[in-house]
Design a protein around this ligand. Structure first.
Ligand code: UP5
Ligand code: MG
Length: 219
């Protein structure tokens, strides 16, 4: 009899834990759009008003490239300069680590804006392999902006950003990669009704007003 009672108790404990981990499961919004579409600018504004942590895959890669002793710095440097996409094992490890560290420091911080990822099929497969069942992708926030506007913004920023890819040569390649590899990923999510499209060619405040409308509706 006691055996059965204990069996029931021990069965109930994991189910409770399961429910807690379900509540705390990372909630992810992928933020996509062309180079200079305003992903970073809008994410910074979102974190001021909403309970999200902003993780820019590009920023994480640039930090890894600058880290003394990093084995991946040359691969990252070449890819960024050439507008190519870094192999996903590198990016997904940086993202996973950043998410874990954030949640370890504060368990209430389980909502993430993942900016600039996934950019291609390889990225998507890597995400599924590592994160499937461990995080929920709520939707994709897509900053839709014409190529010319995107290029002009990056060239303008290049006067002071110090980024090795804010120049005409790299930008041409970044746009090509975006059109060939990233747009199909956005279209894939679109087919599943998961894309919230924002016209990102307007002023920062006008764009943010639309972002707020999406987040207020979706949470
Ligand atoms: N600006 C912003 N919004 C504006 C507005 N509404 N009106 C007028 N100006 C506006 O903005 C860009 C510039 O425009 C800024 O000067 C801003 O003030 C102004 P920003 O918010 O920085 O745009 P964002 O979309 O973030 O542009 P970014 O250049 O960061 O986009 P990319 O996607 O090109 O860059 P990212 O850093 O994500 O990636 C860089 C490279 O890293 C990639 O090319 C790739 O090589 C590599 N990478 C990977 O390999 N894998 C990844 O998962 C991620 C990156
Ligand atoms: Mg950015």
């Amino acid at each position: 009899m006691f055996g059965r009672l204990f069996a029931n108790v021990s069965q109930r404990v994991p189910s409770l834990l399961e429910r807690v981990s379900q509540i705390m499961k990372p909630q992810v919004v992928f933020v996509l759009g062309g180079p200079g579409a305003g992903k970073g600018t809008q994410c910074s504004k979102i974190v001021e008003s909403y309970n999200y942590t902003h993780l820019s895959a590009g920023d994480l890669l640039r930090a890894e490239r600058a880290r003394e002793g990093s084995e991946d710095r040359h691969v990252i440097e070449t890819c960024i300069k050439e507008g190519k996409i870094v192999p996903v094992d590198i990016t997904i490890n940086l993202l996973r680590k950043a998410m874990e560290e954030t949640m370890q420091q504060d368990e209430k911080k389980f909502r993430f804006l993942i900016d600039g990822f996934p950019r291609n099929e390889d990225n998507l497969q890597g995400w599924t392999r590592v994160m499937d069942g461990k995080a929920d992708v709520k939707f994709v926030l897509f900053f839709d902006c014409g190529n010319e506007v995107c290029i002009n913004r990056c060239i303008e920023r290049g006067k002071s950003s110090g980024r090795i890819d804010d120049n005409w040569e790299s930008l041409e390649k970044r746009i090509q990669t975006y059109l060939q590899s990233t747009r199909p990923i956005i279209e894939l999510y679109e087919k599943h009704g998961k894309v919230r499209t924002i016209d990102a060619s307007r002023s920062v405040d006008e764009v943010f007003a639309d972002v707020k409308a999406v987040l207020d509706k979706e949470g």
